[in-house]
Design a binder for this molecule. Sequence first.
Ligand code: MN
Length: 214
Amino acid sequence: MRRHIFIGDIHGCLDEVHDLLAKIGVTDSDRVVSLGDLTRKGPKVAGVIDLWIARGYDAVLGNNDVKLTARATLVASPRRIKFLRRLPLHLDFPKLGVVAVHGGVLPNSRSFDASLVPRHAALSLRHIRRDGSGKWSSVPKEKQADSDPFWADVWDGDRLVVYGHTPRREPRVHKRALGLDTGCVYGGKLTAAVFAGPERWTLVSVPARRKYAD
Ligand SMILES: [Mn+2]
């Protein structure tokens, strides 16, 4: 099986992408997938998009990528905007047993399907609460209470979900999810989960070369 390499939030940190791929020893037969937020905040956004286009790498859409395409500013080359606009909200890898998404998955069923990743969840899910019918739905940041769990602490489904969006000092290993945003653009590190096959993964990180944003 091809190796699959899932990378947390990059935010234009092109030098660290090269550091990470060199450390992993990436080859042309590897499948490389960004977990969203390739863009904004960091130093080399256009370079990151161009690398993804040139090498045919995959990505899911992040909330910051949406903001960028809405404004169509600094990277305003038509092919870069087109690339971002075509990114899917999630990518399912059934043979690997993995789903890639930027925000998260609503844990309303153990068997994964696209209804568990409505747009708002795919882009920015964090905390969840049961609604009147007993279904989990997302809680807006300003309404969040201590009793609202983080979605990945509830999810126990038939896919291992790899996600970004929520920056932490270290990658987070949940029962059936891996949180890979380790805040590179904030001076943390860039992290990848490298899958050699189902359930066979290792985490690889490289430090940020500097702090690019607060
Ligand atoms: Mn994000």
